[in-house]
Design a protein around this ligand. Structure first.
Ligand code: FMN
Length: 351
């Protein structure tokens, strides 16, 4: 069956996203990375690993693990199969999972099965629906119903759209988001897709009162690069180095005195990154490109093993730092590199 241009785009995002992560040449880092943060050693934890509780409460739900598989796929035959595999892995490891944008399934109802498979394979799991910030409440309800979602991510992706040759050029989202947040039957998360959030953005989002913010920072999947590659590396519009990293976005939330729950996404590729994100104020973390590349290159079993490794590492890392739970972990004050310190002092001068 020939698929629509939108379905073809899903396949291109998948293959380019995977090859970006597969690329072993060191990627240029945007701003401060996880390596700019060091943990202080705790010589006397005075606890045992059995005392550790890594669960996190959000949306009146207890998540067994403080990380999940982030939004990527669905909308074509290939990405539907990938959604099914990710859902099987999430069910077997007790992780929550987000589906990719369901916009295509609202336009092409035959593609709904490529999302519904996630609920079929993980009937008890916590599943996030996903749509762009311009979708009205009627679409939001349809997307939630399609997969019996527990929450919905509304993605904000100005930078991606502007690089995309066929992307949107008009971005008037705030009134719509306010209506969606007021009327959605499930919690609404406002989610960036890898360009991060500044102090001013958090202050704007605070007025909307969403259930949570996904900071979606740089240094993981880079949609400026992916969209340029889709466009034969067109260099006439190049924002490859644009954005704030996940670390900088989390610190910006602190500087903005953000009181909303935070989800850390962008470049998370080991348990240490999850711990650092929690320490910087996140309630949950999530990983997209790294999980996808592991699945596509090594298969379901290896992705399952990777996740089990993270799940085993977390209580050990909490013990290392003398933290019985996330609240205690957040008492730790990490050390910042000079460049991160510089970022913070420039931000403080402005706020
Ligand atoms: C192939 C692919 C497709 C994606 N599609 C979506 C999407 O449909 N909706 C969305 O909100 N984010 C989407 N994302 C962005 C991720 O959810 C995440 O915010 C971003 O990749 C940064 O996380 P990472 O560095 O762990 O990949 C996609 C990412 C990838 C790799």
């Amino acid at each position: 069956m020939t698929e629509s241009p939108q379905a073809h785009r899903k396949d291109e995002h998948l293959s380019l996203g995977v090859s970006l992560w597969r690329d072993t040449t060191p990627k240029k880092q945007i701003g401060a990375s996880f390596d700019d943060i060091r943990w202080l050693p705790n010589t006397f934890p005075e606890m045992s690993i059995e005392d550790v509780d890594v669960t996190t409460n959000l949306f009146q739900h207890q998540f067994n693990w403080p990380f999940y598989i982030e939004a990527m796929t669905g909308g074509s035959a290939l990405t539907g199969r990938v959604n099914g595999q990710l859902a099987t892995v999430s069910a077997n490891t007790g992780l929550a999972m987000a589906v990719g944008s369901q916009s295509i399934a609202l336009k092409e109802p035959s593609q709904a099965t490529t999302f519904k498979i996630v609920r079929q394979r993980n009937p008890e799991g916590f599943i996030f629906a996903n749509l762009g910030a311009d979708h009205p409440i009627a679409n939001v309800r349809d997307a939630i119903d399609m997969i019996d979602a527990n929450a919905i991510e509304m993605h904000v992706n100005v930078a991606q759209e502007l690089v995309m040759a066929e992307g949107d050029r008009q971005f008037k989202w705030l009134d719509n988001l306010a209506e969606v947040i007021a009327k959605s039957p499930v919690p609404v998360i406002i989610k960036e897709v890898g360009f991060g959030m500044s102090v001013a953005t958090y202050q704007t989002i605070a007025q909307l009162h969403p259930a949570a913010i996904n900071v979606g920072g740089a240094n993981g999947t880079n949609f400026a690069v992916i969209e340029r590659r889709r466009n034969r590396n067109d260099d006439s519009f190049n924002i490859d180095n644009y954005g704030l990293s996940t670390v900088e976005s989390l610190i910006s939330a602190q500087l903005a005195q953000n009181a909303l729950p935070l989800i850390a996404t962008g470049g998370i590729q080991n348990a240490n990154h999850i711990v650092t994100s929690l320490m910087l104020g996140a309630n949950l973390a999530s990983s997209a490109g790294f999980m996808l590349q592991t699945l596509m290159d090594h298969g379901e079993l290896d992705l399952t093993k990777q996740i089990l490794d993270w799940q085993q590492a977390l209580p050990r890392l909490f013990t290392l730092l003398g933290a019985k739970n996330i609240a205690e972990l957040q008492q730790n004050q990490p050390l910042y590199s000079n460049s991160l310190q510089n970022f913070i002092s420039q931000q403080k001068k402005r706020s």
